[in-house]
Design a protein around this ligand. Structure first.
Ligand code: DQA
Length: 143
């Protein structure tokens, strides 16, 4: 399968940003491990991170017809970006939303995802493993 892994604002700072919440692994380490997991399953992964909403939307539009599945951590956009919701709904590539932290154990504003309704499902609180779990779901189910 061809995977697109999208990460939103501040996720470029993985490993430096609040390590007690997001762990000590860097964004580059995350991408390397997803590449290795994909390669071990005859698949490929394209990782993209941006702090800009429009750049993430452009990637979603361009994913149509190019990728089999999307794994998206929209960061704080999760909680208020109707534009990202619309972009996810505008394409037919299935997506899973991933959050590194358990958003339900955190501030109230993080409990609500406006983007999750456009996704197959949501994984949260499993650390970086959540991205791999999402890939495994798509590999096993093919959808
Ligand atoms: C996050 C949770 C969001 O609430 C937060 O704004 C992030 C990261 C997570 O992966 O746990 O930037 O999406």
């Amino acid at each position: 399968m061809k995977f697109l892994v999208l990460n939103g604002p501040n996720l470029n700072l993985l490993g430096q940003r609040e390590p007690g919440v997001y762990g000590s692994e860097s964004y580059d380490t995350l991408c390397a491990s997803l590449n290795a997991f994909a390669a071990a399953h005859e698949s490929s992964v394209t990782c993209f991170q941006s702090n800009h909403e429009g750049a993430l939307i452009d990637q979603l539009h361009a994913a149509q017809g190019k990728f089999d599945a999307i794994i998206i951590n929209p960061g704080a956009f999760t909680h208020y970006s109707y534009a990202l919701l619309d972009a996810l709904q505008a394409i037919s590539v299935p997506a899973i939303e991933v959050h590194i932290s358990n958003v339900h154990r955190r501030e109230e504003f993080r409990h609500k995802s406006v983007t999750a309704p456009a996704c197959v499902g949501q994984i949260c609180g499993l650390g970086l493993y959540g991205y791999q779990a999402a890939m495994a779901y798509f590999l096993e189910t093919g959808k």
